[in-house]
Design a protein around this ligand. Structure first.
Ligand code: SF4
Ligand code: SF4
Length: 77
């Protein structure tokens, strides 16, 4: 299963990753981080497909996705 590591102290709460996730398993926290923003958090890791769209979308590089060899191709171009 992929691991999604979100650095909540680096997150600026822009919500871009929440919108980018095709599985809709990211949400904003109810508490604020050290920067004073609500931060992104993963609420259902079992549904993560390791696509890394959240990590690529984050303008502050606050998300790391480790796929352990289980990433999936979402789109055929
Ligand atoms: S890796 Fe893909 S499915 Fe998993 S949380 Fe990020 S955007 Fe969502
Ligand atoms: S895209 Fe990055 S900075 Fe924006 S909410 Fe997600 S983790 Fe935070």
């Amino acid at each position: 299963m992929p691991s999604v590591i979100i650095d909540k102290n680096h997150c600026k709460g822009c919500e871009l990753c929440v919108k980018a996730c095709p599985q809709q398993i990211l949400q904003m926290s109810k508490t604020i981080g050290v920067k004073g923003y609500f931060y992104a958090e993963l609420f259902d890791s079992s549904r993560c497909i390791g696509c890394k769209l959240c990590a690529v979308t984050c303008p502050d590089v606050a998300i790391e996705v480790v796929t352990h060899g289980t990433s999936f191709v979402l789109y055929d171009y």
